[in-house]
Design a protein around this ligand. Structure first.
Ligand SMILES: [Zn+2]
Length: 234
């Protein structure tokens, strides 16, 4: 077994230490996280001592719990923001919407539980809208953990959707069925909190996947490019 030594400022020497776990609370992004904090105690004087890798483990643990508490949508939003820090609120919303739809098309399950609302400027996940507006910085403190399948989709959206301006993406969602069918008779500038039903998103993106014969998530570029050619050509 690896011997554990670290510096004890009370003993003024490198000492053996023991690791104990204790219930702790920490406040991150306005949420209280309860977790088992790992603490090192000097074996000789029993004072608490600092050990770098335990601090890293504690941070990783609280980040994981925070993500569980906030939900996957925050993880996806944090990932998008970390990879494209200049992303605007409008682009972020469209990116989340396309992540959700495209992930469903490929994996027959949704990336996150949250529902988008059919706002005037396109689909909006209001939790993220408010978080982005109010606590922009804290929001991406967490280290986003996505699995390979999720990364593949989110990376494709970063590359082929987030490269367009928010207004252009708004035009795109405004011509697509989920948003149109949800707003129905509503005049263009009328505010609403109507939910874009998930089955509408599922059906629409499955159709898109078929129409463009997408084999992998990065094939979303075929759809995005075709769309841009249409609007710029008309
Ligand atoms: Zn000591």
């Amino acid at each position: 077994m690896k011997q554990r030594y670290s510096y004890c400022e009370f003993c003024k020497a490198d000492v053996l230490y023991d690791v104990i776990e204790q219930q702790s609370d920490i406040n991150i992004c306005g949420k209280t996280i309860n977790y088992m904090e790992k603490i090192a105690r000097c074996r000789y004087c029993h004072h608490e001592i600092f050990v770098m890798h335990l601090m890293d483990e504690n941070i990783a643990c609280t980040n994981r719990l925070l993500q569980e508490k906030q939900g996957k949508i925050y993880v996806v939003a944090s990932y998008l923001l970390q990879h494209d820090p200049k992303i605007s609120a409008l682009v972020l919303q469209k990116a989340l919407y396309y992540c959700q739809g495209l992930f469903y098309a490929f994996h027959h399950t949704f990336l996150f539980e949250n529902d988008a609302q059919a706002w005037v400027h396109g689909p909006v996940y209001k939790e993220i809208y408010h978080a982005f507006k109010q606590q922009e910085k804290q929001f991406f403190q967490t280290e986003p953990s996505l699995n390979l399948e999720e990364k593949e989709v989110v990376d494709a959206i970063l590359r082929y959707i987030c490269c367009y301006r928010g207004e252009t993406l708004q035009q795109m969602t405004h011509l697509e069925q989920p948003w149109l069918q949800t707003r129905k008779e509503l005049p263009r500038n009328t505010k609403t909190d109507r939910i874009i039903k998930k089955d509408k998103i599922a059906k629409f993106f499955e159709t898109i996947k078929q129409r463009y014969a997408m084999k992998q998530p990065c094939d979303i570029r075929l759809y995005a490019q075709d769309f841009m050619n249409k609007i710029h050509g008309s």
